[in-house]
Design a protein around this ligand. Structure first.
Ligand code: FE2
Ligand code: FE2
Length: 369
């Protein structure tokens, strides 16, 4: 009985947030629902009855999907297909041509990945609303400049694709047969240069469209960045799913997560086609990953499926798995990775406060068994 009363009280306080301004919805949710310092759990869960912890996880994922939608939208405006399914932008033929060096179907894949992210965002927010919980809205943080290159809309953005520091260590992580990041192992990047500076993944203006190896380096950067983003989603969903309580919320995470992996698999394959070159404007090098000192088990470009590796502990046989999937601190880990990527360069302190609070709330969630 006590538990039922507690649950009703929680639902009431949750609903009270619906009246707040959407622009501050995310912050209000974090502070209001979870600011009491208790673990974000609730009892008496049944199908379709999310706990406070489940709501916190869904709200963080909604924020992550809004961020993904924003960056993919920018890629689609310049290098994808602009149509009724993914409107906005008019395309940049020179950038799009450079991207097709990775695969002739790249514009279709960029379009489809973008559409998927919007659908993740819209679904998660609609689900939250259907459960009487506050939706996440980051519109007030759409303040970063657009690319000035032909094809881009001139609107405020949440993310910055023009100063990226791309971590390509997923390349060797998924090829390793003996290491796992969840056991403390670290991995060499496939493109070391992308970790040593800030590089555009879209042309900043039409001045970036030449010389040829410069715009190709920008397209290559995008090609590796696509996979960097989607491997993050591939880990985030299974990591957070381990702390979900309600079966229906678990179903949502288990149904969206593998689509991130389907994106990652595609981008992993395409990144291997990025032409080896040096950007004459900044010295950024894309190596031939099939030749020494690269090549072999760790770098060979057609090894795009996860190699079996150690999982849980060394006494069990190697197994082909998503990695990492450690649940503790997974949401904050995602925020740190996206920040290190350079995506939020130029964002306000308030933006970081809101995102950090959403991640902290998601990481306080505990599975209520
Ligand atoms: Fe997504
Ligand atoms: Fe994604």
């Amino acid at each position: 009985m006590k538990q039922t009363l507690k649950r009703t009280e929680t639902m009431t306080s949750r609903r009270s947030f619906l009246g707040k301004s959407l622009a501050v919805g995310a912050g209000a949710v974090g502070l209001g629902l979870l600011g009491h310092g208790l673990p974000a759990t609730a009892s008496a869960a049944s199908t379709g009855d999310p706990t406070d912890g489940d709501i916190a996880i869904l709200q963080f994922l909604a924020a992550a999907e809004i961020i993904e939608s924003d960056l993919w939208q920018q890629y689609n405006e310049l290098g994808g297909i602009q149509d009724a399914e993914v409107p906005g932008g008019t395309g940049n033929p020179i950038y799009a041509r450079a991207i097709t060096k990775l695969d002739l179907d790249m514009s279709q894949y960029i379009h489809d990945n973008t559409e998927d992210e919007f659908s993740h965002w819209f679904f998660l927010n609609a689900y939250l609303k259907s459960k009487g919980a506050a939706e996440v809205n980051l519109d007030k943080f759409r303040t970063l400049p657009s690319s000035k290159a032909t094809g881009a809309q001139q609107i405020g953005r949440l993310t910055n694709l023009m100063q990226l520091t791309v971590d390509t260590s997923w390349w060797t992580r998924y090829r390793s047969r003996t290491k796992n990041p969840d056991l403390g192992d670290t991995f060499a990047p496939a493109v070391p240069g992308l970790l040593k500076g800030q590089f555009p993944a879209i042309p900043r203006s039409d001045a970036d469209l030449h010389p040829h190896n410069h715009i190709q380096a920008i397209a290559n950067t995008a090609g590796f960045h696509f996979a960097t983003i989607e491997q993050g989603g591939s880990s985030l969903y299974p990591s957070l799913a381990q702390r979900v309580t309600d079966p229906e919320v678990l179903r949502i995470l288990l149904s969206i997560g593998p689509t991130e992996t389907s994106h990652f698999q595609t981008w992993h394959d395409k990144a291997g086609n990025a032409p080896a070159l040096t950007d004459p404007t900044n010295g950024l090098q894309f190596p031939d990953l099939n030749k020494p000192p690269f090549g072999g088990q760790d770098f060979q470009t057609n090894l795009i499926m996860p190699e079996p590796t150690v999982f849980l502990n060394g006494s069990l046989p190697a197994v082909s798995i998503i990695r990492p999937t450690e649940t503790q601190g997974a949401a904050m880990g995602a925020v740190k990775a996206l920040t290190a990527d350079g995506l939020f360069i130029g964002q306000s302190k308030e933006f970081f406060d809101v995102i950090t609070e959403l991640a902290a709330a998601a990481d306080r969630a505990q599975r209520d068994v």
